[in-house]
Design a protein around this ligand. Structure first.
Ligand code: 6PG
Length: 240
């Protein structure tokens, strides 16, 4: 695990954009393509907008293949759609090689089944698909992607994508599972704001059950994940 504390959300977004571009260049150099799963929520938006504004010529976008770490059970034009946020901030601005959205308009189980099929087809021949990069956020309750505390998806060991009922939200989310996230060559968390300070300390320094703080389940190894956090989110670190 690697932790970098940035002064504020703007510097966090800039660092995230630089990481994205560097990992894209490396993957394209080594394997001819860059397969990345985007995080949803609000934190990553600024980084996506920076990529669309400042990296148009820096990244070989035609070799970038976009996926998503999770999706809400809504159509692609819905205000809550992670795909819509990414499309507005980045995907409509760059000539991506391909975009693979989770079809939130379908019944969640069907959406998860189809997405798993799409992953297996894109990563043909790999027992567990290895993304070059998975971007993740952190919820105030310690969730990441749509791996929420004490939900069924936390224990998944076979499936790559599942429909995960989240009682607290009264909904079913579609999410990548821990095995496929932990198989990634790189995982980068983006965490901003004082509201995340307690969860971040618990995930990075606490001894609570991972089922209570599911981001603890993300252990890709080889120095991953990289945590890019702002000073407000880091406020409780190292305070016992
Ligand atoms: C989602 C995300 C989720 C998000 C965290 C943090 O669909 O909402 O996948 O895991 O990353 O909830 O969200 P914010 O960045 O909005 O704080």
């Amino acid at each position: 695990m690697t932790l970098r504390v940035l002064e504020d959300p703007a510097r966090l977004a800039a660092a995230a954009a630089r990481e994205f571009a560097a990992r894209a260049a490396r993957a394209i150099r080594e394997r001819g393509r860059f397969a990345v799963a985007l995080a949803g929520g609000s934190t990553p938006r600024a980084a996506y907008e920076l990529l669309a504004r400042d990296y148009v010529d820096e990244v070989d976008w035609g070799r970038v293949h976009f996926f998503f770490g999770d999706e809400r059970p809504v159509p692609p034009d819905h205000a809550d759609s992670n795909y819509r946020m990414a499309r507005e901030a980045l995907l409509s601005c760059v000539p991506a090689g391909s975009v693979h959205r989770i079809r939130g308009e379908l019944a969640p189980e069907e959406a998860a089944r189809r997405y798993e099929e799409e992953l297996r087809s894109f990563f043909a021949g790999e027992e567990v698909p290895r993304f070059d990069l998975i971007l993740l956020g952190l919820g105030e309750d310690g969730h990441t992607a749509s791996l929420f505390p004490h939900t069924r998806a936390l224990g998944e060991t076979e499936r790559l994508v599942v429909a995960n009922p989240v009682e607290r939200l009264g909904t079913v989310r579609i999410t990548l599972t821990p095995p496929v996230i932990n198989a990634a060559r790189a995982v980068v968390f983006l965490v901003a704001g004082g509201g995340k300070a307690k969860a971040l300390r618990e995930v990075l320094e606490g001894s609570a059950d991972p089922r209570q703080y599911p981001a603890k389940l993300i252990r890709p190894g080889d120095g991953e994940p990289l945590w890019l956090v702002d000073r407000a989110a880091a406020a409780s670190l190292g305070k016992g």
